[in-house]
Design a protein around this ligand. Structure first.
Ligand SMILES: *[C@@H]1O[C@H](CO)[C@@H](O)[C@H](O)[C@H]1NC(C)=O
Ligand SMILES: *[C@@H]1O[C@H](CO)[C@@H](O)[C@H](O)[C@H]1NC(C)=O
Ligand SMILES: *[C@@H]1O[C@H](CO)[C@@H](O)[C@H](O)[C@H]1NC(C)=O
Ligand SMILES: *[C@@H]1O[C@H](CO)[C@@H](O)[C@H](O)[C@H]1NC(C)=O
Ligand SMILES: [Zn+2]
Length: 506
């Protein structure tokens, strides 16, 4: 098209965007227009930096010396980038990790960085991680996972959305204020780790240790390590489910039996275990453990309304998950059962015969594994009692079995829920309206993200998850990507958030 036509089209678009933005909010806060323009002009440079970070194979899951070296290199590159912003950077030595095979591997340092110390400004602490899940070209990637490759505005590469892109978006926002010599409205602290995908070993201990030093003065904690539930509509995450994981062992003896010589004269451990596992949940998904729903928070009108407006395409969700029918038919019910009601899942049986063929074995000892996702205000130790002392003991004793049963809760991670009326949630909503011209989806996550609760419990300050990636980014899977649009608008979002939280903070 001719340059004139192009100019007309783009100014019409700009006008429309201006009108749309105007419907939601007053004019953007002073100074933001320059910031947004700078981010747009710099976008290729920002993508280039992401490409350099993605090229570092910082896989924390496969415990090999080469990947560990890459992790150390990644943390050093990030520390340099933060120093270039003028931050004071502390790379805290985390010692080493003993592997089950006796090998010892060094743990990458955790970066604690600080920028600004103005008592009149709020202090926002950003958590992110720079390690990634394993990825290999042979696993079904269409491009080399460690070479950031742009196709139709999608930036493919391992770690692009989880979590290198969001960490860089935060850095881009800060560097823009500096490039424009514009006063940064907040003091900023960074905590960046390199072992998140391996269970954040050592993180909690460091947070505890630094509670009264590095974290003193922190007003708000922001995590950007999850995804929207939509392709287009941004989200703010205010809760995650916890998890209590159980094993139940039924034992006759350590060795297996032959069913021809013992079948018919034994209480078989597997029959006991199947009965125990079968007593946990019914076919409508309802958990059958007495008392389990007693402490589940009741549903308020306010919360109910939030599910209605969430941008989730149920049909697409069903199609992409290849499930013919879910237990519930409406978007609201599905979201509530993923986010605010407990669920019980049966995961496996150790010691059972699970090979092909028709072996006539009677397992002598089997261990079933199941877990219950916990929601506010369930308490893991109460759940442990309900499952063990009340329910399973009861079901087992009614069978009159001569076997022994042993139940244990091997993991008890509480749920996390934030107060969505806190200033930083209001600031994030305003920033989203400014950048995206819409209200966010207020969402939770059905899985367990322990860092949020760790920060909230130890530091005692408001925690918010402000994701940048779209629902189809494929974190942890093949062909992980972040859209250029999400990365660049996300950088603007963080810049706008700095201004809004500075205004709202008292
Ligand atoms: C879901 O799959 C059905 C059947 O294949 C198809 O007709 C429909 O268009 C799909 N819907 C979406 C939103 O992808
Ligand atoms: C959970 O319940 C136990 C035992 O009843 C109690 O000691 C503990 O304080 C509770 N924890 C929370 C976080 O409420
Ligand atoms: C277990 O034993 C009790 C008392 O001996 C008997 O009443 C009950 O029917 C038995 N239960 C089963 C499942 O065999
Ligand atoms: C948030 O504030 C609104 C309006 O003041 C109030 O109606 C609502 O109950 C509050 N919600 C929470 C979770 O505190
Ligand atoms: Zn992550």
């Amino acid at each position: 098209s001719s340059p004139v036509a192009h100019w007309q089209a783009s100014s019409l678009l700009a006008l429309l965007l201006l009108l749309e933005g105007g419907m939601f909010s007053a004019s953007p806060p002073a100074g933001l227009e320059r910031v947004f323009r700078h981010i747009e002009l710099q976008q290729d440079a920002f993508v280039q930096t992401l490409k350099e970070w993605v090229a570092i194979e910082s896989d924390s899951v496969q415990p090999t010396p080469r990947f560990r070296q890459e992790l150390f290199r990644m943390m050093a590159v990030a520390a340099d980038e933060l120093r270039r912003l003028g931050a004071s950077v502390d790379s805290v030595d985390m010692g080493s990790q003993q592997l089950p095979d006796g090998q010892s591997l060094p743990i990458p340092p955790i970066i604690l960085a600080e920028l600004g110390n103005d008592l009149k400004k709020p202090t926002v602490c950003f958590y992110g991680h720079l390690d990634v899940q394993p990825a290999a070209w042979g696993d079904g990637w269409l491009t080399d996972p460690y070479t950031l490759t742009e196709v139709d505005g999608k930036l493919y590469g391992r770690g692009a959305t989880d979590n290198k892109g969001p960490v860089l978006a935060w850095i881009n926002a800060v560097s823009t204020f500096q490039a424009l010599e514009q006063d940064l409205p907040v003091n900023i602290k960074f905590i960046l780790e390199g072992m998140e995908e391996a269970g954040s070993i050592a993180l909690e201990e460091l947070v505890q240790k630094e509670k009264d030093r590095f974290f003193s003065g922190v007003d708000y904690i922001v995590i950007s390590d999850n995804l929207w539930v939509s392709r287009k509509r941004p989200a703010v995450t205010y809760g995650t489910r916890g998890n209590s994981y159980f094993t139940v062992e039924v034992k006759c003896r350590d060795q297996d039996f032959h069913s021809g010589t013992f079948g018919g004269i034994l209480n078989e451990p597997m029959a006991d275990l199947v009965a125990l596992l079968g007593s946990l949940v019914d076919s409508s998904g309802r958990i059958l453990i007495p008392g389990i729903y007693d402490h589940v928070a009741s549903l308020t009108e306010e919360e109910k309304n939030m599910y209605k407006s969430i941008d989730l395409d149920l049909e697409e969700y069903r199609n992409s998950s290849q499930v013919k029918k879910f237990l519930f038919d409406t978007k609201e019910e599905i979201l509530m059962h993923l986010w605010r009601f407990p669920s019980l899942s049966i995961h496996g049986i150790e010691g059972a015969f699970d090979e092909p063929g028709a072996k006539t074995v009677i397992p002598g000892r089997v261990t079933g594994k199941f877990s219950i996702r916990l929601v506010p205000h369930m308490n893991a130790s109460v759940v442990e009692k309900q499952v063990t002392d009340h329910h399973l003991e009861d079901v087992f004793s009614k069978r009159n079995s001569s076997n022994q049963m042993a139940v244990s809760m091997v993991l008890g991670l509480p749920p996390w829920i934030a107060n969505i009326n806190d200033s930083q949630y209001l600031a994030a909503k305003r920033a989203i309206r400014t950048v995206f011209g819409t209200d966010p989806d207020m969402i939770r996550d059905g899985s367990t993200i322990p860092v949020a609760r760790i920060f909230q419990e130890i530091i005692g300050k408001s925690v918010m998850m402000l994701p940048l990636g779209a629902v189809d980014d494929g974190e942890h899977s093949q062909n992980e990507k972040i859209n250029r649009w999400n990365y660049i608008e996300g950088s603007k979002l963080f810049a706008a958030f700095f201004l809004e939280i500075a205004k709202l903070h008292e």
